[in-house]
Design a binder for this molecule. Sequence first.
Ligand code: 2P0
Length: 334
Amino acid sequence: MISKHHVVQKILKNHNNLNYFSTASAFAPANIALCKYWGKRDAELNLPYHSSFSLSLGKLGVQTTISFAQEDHDIIISNNQMIAQETEFAQRIIEFLNLIRPNKHTYFQIQSTANIPIAAGLASSAAGFAALVKACNRLFNWRLDKQELSILARLGSGSACRSLWHGFVEWHAGLAHDGMDSYGEPFTVQWPELRIAILIVSSQPKNISSRQAMKLASDSPFYHCWLTKVETDLTAIKRNILNQEFLLFGRTVEENALAMHALIQTSWPPIQYTLPATLAAIQKIWQAREQGLALFFTQDAGANLQLLFLQQDTLQVQALFPTAQIIAPFLNVP
Ligand code: 2P0
């Protein structure tokens, strides 16, 4: 098995220089998968069985500052709160810092602020690791390109490799054992009228992490069907974006989410992220669609939904879901 350390060494081989800055900051957007990543061929390197495709959330994401700590341990501060070392959150960051530490006596202070609704359970780890990798690139003056940064971010969290860009991003699964061909790539089509809304139906923490749940994925009797479906959906989603065919696009995205949840529900032990409140919202969406509203949803590994619609239907969506936070992912982003 190839280790994360091996991959980091390979990427940084010709990029080590001694001109460190004392502090560096970076922002990365959160991303919502439109064609989901579910199942790993290599759990150490977060290498997926299949490619996936996402939409970044514009200004919603994580801002991270990294500096050298005077203490003899790393200091992790998230949303102005010191995070205890033994928490899973801190451990995942420390494990990542271990990969890039110039020597074992160098420690860091990581200060991150997320402007994503915490309760949404949105992949803040994706934005967090992408922002951390970008900040490290500045701190150490590595001058890595975005593809290399995407690979480094993936080592922290799979979906983080898609958070290096705004807009649509495809994560190529790749075939190589060391994952050097598994990274994000922007799909550079703009869709300014597209809207995505975050609908929080429950702020309860989920009872199983996606990392844990994903380990069971290939035990589902439907895993091989999922692999076929993802391939078809990914091609269709890209075609629908190119043609700006919203009805076909929305349908494919929603089908893909439903298929992922069918997969999750048929793993063993079975997992259910959908709550009664999720189902009530889904039924409301389906009813509105029957009455002619072009509204679709996607659902990550959690109870909350993300709604997809076009600018022209904003008022109707607001009336149906007054608490949803609406994002225009292609407007006012650098
Ligand atoms: C995705 N999810 O494509 C899928 C869909 C959730 C549902 O990627 O173990 O935090 O760090 O590679 O990326 C969430 O899992 O998992 C995720 P790791 P990650 O966005």
